[in-house]
Design a protein around this ligand. Structure first.
Ligand code: URA
Length: 295
């Protein structure tokens, strides 16, 4: 955990660096007098740059799969997490904490094996490997993307292509965190052919994995990266433009919707939106306010 003083210093620097164009001399995030106008829904917002689409038009049948819970008003930020479930008894000769850690590791390993061997939907036929997700199973923040692209399909890890490099910079520059501090997962665990959006039946088959991951992690905030993640997790049909900045929740967990990193790679001006969105995430986590850029 980054100390408060260090984090403030870090975030001050990050305000300059969050241009994320790797040109630190030219801050991409000037101070803004007024809140940003909502951009019109960008038809190209979803296809990640590193996941070129087979078809440009959205399949009308690709309505989001409704989760059990509708989006709800955001609850107040959780100062502390409720205690994690504990195993019934400690092992002979071992501590209760060690036994609990073993139980957690075992159930994650089981889920991982299940996802890697999954044949619940047609996507399994075209994958090189499934991408279960990775990170800290006790993370305060869960980032949810759409589906693996070519790089992720090869690596078996989420967000390892150009989008992933940008996500790493967002984490470090705007939050002072590393990938290993958070958890990163996708709505669909297998790469759709031609990197099209996952179809409703594919999401329906796969969503229980994500729901299980959320139940186990119990993050304080979920960040939906892009339209596919947001619509399918929240069970809504609205654009990222309309969902950004709103008080949303998945079950009782606050959800912040922001642009997919691949969209940011194509539309760098939208990075200022993501900066604002991540500031909200920091607020929800009770982390220090990010100083205004340029100070
Ligand atoms: N885009 C996503 O939505 N997820 C990944 O894992 C990689 C790219």
């Amino acid at each position: 955990m980054v100390e408060r003083r260090h984090l403030l210093q870090h975030l001050e620097l990050a305000a300059h660096a969050f241009g994320l164009d790797q040109t630190l001399a030219v801050p991409v995030l000037p101070p803004r007098a007024a809140p940003p106008p909502l951009a019109a829904p960008a038809p190209s917002e979803t296809p990640p740059a590193d996941r070129p689409r087979a078809t440009a038009a959205r399949n009308p049948a690709s309505a989001p799969v409704r989760p059990p819970a509708e989006p709800a008003a955001i609850p107040p930020p959780a100062a502390t997490k409720p205690p994690a479930p504990r195993p019934a008894a400690s092992t002979a000769g071992g501590s209760t904490a060690a036994a609990a850690s073993d139980v957690v590791a075992a159930r994650w390993a089981t889920l991982r094996r299940e996802i890697l061997a999954c044949t619940r939907c047609p996507l399994h036929a075209g994958r090189e490997q499934a991408v279960p997700g990775e990170g800290n199973p006790h993370a305060d923040v869960l980032f949810v993307g759409e589906a693996p692209g070519a790089s992720e399909d090869r690596a078996g890890r989420p967000f390892v292509g150009p989008s992933g490099e940008l996500l790493d910079r967002i984490l470090s520059n705007a939050m002072g965190l590393q990938r290993s501090d958070v958890y990163i997962a996708n709505v669909a665990k297998c790469r759709p052919p031609g990197n099209r959006n996952p179809e409703p039946n594919e999401v329906a088959a796969c969503l229980p994995y994500l729901q299980q991951q959320i139940d186990w992690i119990r993050p304080k905030v979920i960040v939906c990266l892009g339209r596919v993640a947001a619509q399918n997790l929240l069970g809504v049909d609205e654009s990222v433009s309309r969902l950004r900045g709103r008080d949303l929740a998945y079950r009782d967990i606050p959800v912040v919707v922001t642009w997919h990193p691949a969209y940011l790679l194509r539309e760098p001006a939208a990075k200022r939106d993501t900066w604002d969105d991540i500031k909200r995430v920091n607020r929800l986590l009770g982390r220090p306010e990010v100083p205004a850029p340029g100070r």
